[in-house]
Design a protein around this ligand. Structure first.
Ligand code: MG
Ligand code: MG
Length: 246
């Protein structure tokens, strides 16, 4: 769906709230901090900015952010987990302003992290930006996934295929999906005013996943580390505009 200027402005505002949730949670990441605390900090930002949460109560999800440590890929529930030196923690945040959604995620290291963990973060973020660059008028949507996959697999990692990015607007998850791989066809032609959440999930080992009994937490089947970066981006006359940057 294409959004008009007024709608894009609301999405810009929602994106700024999400960016602030990133800043505030990122600044709090250190050994000894619980994921529940990160959720509380993010909830304060939502309240302070007069936003609403798109994560809370989403199919019953109990928090305003997802926190996914180490081999957890996405959808982790904040709680008693205490961050430890050497952990990777993926933090996914979302907010609604005047009915319009923002959605973005990052992965950070806790204290000193291993060389492979550092490389995973760097490669996953770079794969996101390679995807973002493809969001130009007249290009085809699935060039995004092709670009993400090239970067991730080029570094010797794998991309998760069971979970994907999405269009976003008056709902968090709109059609079409944005796979992080080439799905075998080029997909829709990109037009001015389309908005997408691009969100590569990259594993050190294989792409296979499983879900915990909590019904949410998605982990790598082989126990390898995973990272997740996401932005909400509009296709504009001036190229891709990332709404979820500070
Ligand atoms: Mg997200
Ligand atoms: Mg998303």
């Amino acid at each position: 769906m294409r959004r008009n200027a007024e709608e894009l402005n609301k999405m810009r505002k929602a994106g700024k709230v999400v960016a602030e949730m990133h800043e505030v949670t990122r600044a709090a990441i250190r050994p000894g901090v619980t994921t529940r605390h990160l959720n509380e900090l993010a909830a304060e930002v939502i309240a302070k900015r007069g936003a609403r949460s798109n994560f809370l109560n989403y199919h019953g999800f109990p928090a305003v952010i997802c926190t996914s440590p180490n081999d957890m890929i996405v959808h982790g529930i904040p709680g008693d987990y205490v961050l430890e030196e050497g952990d990777l923690i993926s933090v996914d945040c979302g907010a609604i302003i005047e009915g319009y959604h923002g959605d973005a995620a990052y992965t950070a290291g806790v204290g000193e992290i291993s060389a492979v963990a550092k490389k995973l973060i760097e490669v996953t973020e770079r794969s996101l930006w390679a995807g973002v660059e493809q969001l130009t008028i007249g290009n085809r949507l699935h060039e995004v996934g092709r670009a993400v996959q090239r970067v991730a697999e080029g570094a010797g990692f794998s991309v998760v295929t069971e979970y994907v990015g999405h269009a976003i607007g008056t709902a968090m998850h709109e059609s079409p999906q944005v796979p992080n791989y080439w799905p075998g066809s080029p997909g829709p032609t990109l037009k001015e005013g389309m908005v997408f959440a691009v969100e590569p999930m990259v594993n050190v080992g294989g792409p296979e996943t499983y879900t915990l009994d909590d019904g949410w937490s998605v982990l790598t089947q082989d126990g390898s580390l995973s990272a997740h970066f996401e932005h909400t981006i509009a296709v504009t006359d001036n190229g891709p505009e990332v709404f979820t940057l500070a």
